[in-house]
Design a protein around this ligand. Sequence first.
Ligand code: AMP
Length: 285
Amino acid sequence: MPEPEVITNVCAMREVVQAKRALGKTIGVVPTMGALHAGHLSLVEKSIEKCDVTVVTIFVNPTQFNEKGDFDRYPQDLNKDLSTLAPLRVDYVFAPTTDSIYPPEDCLTIDVGRLGRILEGRFRPGHFAGVATVLLKLFHIIPADTAFFGEKDYQQLKVTERLVRDSHLPIRIEACPTIREEDGLAMSSRNRFLPEGARENAQSIYLGLQHAQCMVDSGETETEKIIQKLRQQIQTSGGSIEYVAIVDPETLEPVQTIRQAVVALVAIRIDSLRLIDNLLLQPKM
Ligand code: AMP
């Protein structure tokens, strides 16, 4: 497989994409923070399948980290990421420096309003402003036709859809399903920091979410009951639940009675590690 061309320069990246577009090629972009795993690769595969040219961005975005320790220990190894991508036909990897994305005296911060302050936003103040700001920049540098995002980070997906809609960017956002480990744990670059003995706690999240779907299947419509059960099922020995919520799939506002599809969202903290997961709960019609 030909190796992807690694581009670090903002202008060079934009020129390459513009030249491809001028030739009538469609462009797919997969924004990532590196430490690539099979979850990321599923997005890349989707882009390769659907677009003529695929750009993977690798940038550990400092503005979306609300805890310095989390940023400092975030795994960064470009060569390893390039090896992970090697079996796939990726055309370009965009790996900019922090200074090129955030020039000195950079004045831009995108506030995505309430959607960025609820759920994850409550526990990670400023996180979605950082996400939205970097994505807006990346979408300007790489004017892609389609950007691929994982449902694993459900709120991020919704924030991104709103960002693109409200800023009139002509980019289609494609949502891709969560890829899981064999035991059901959603793959994440941070799973490697899971403390010894906490795997069972981590597993209990997906088991709980699946049980929530079973409750919906057997006709339960009261979200309060499902939330209570889910809270009971999630084991947090050595950790704590940050939130368990059942919300409208678009607004992410709480739902009391299930009449149509809802999303169950969970966040737990074990030591300094946070795990998030979610599942679309579909009532039988
Ligand atoms: P990150 O590098 O963690 O910022 O993630 C980059 C993209 O990969 C985001 O769109 C994530 O939602 C997506 N992603 C991360 N983990 C998974 C997973 N387990 N399954 C599917 N997509 C994922």
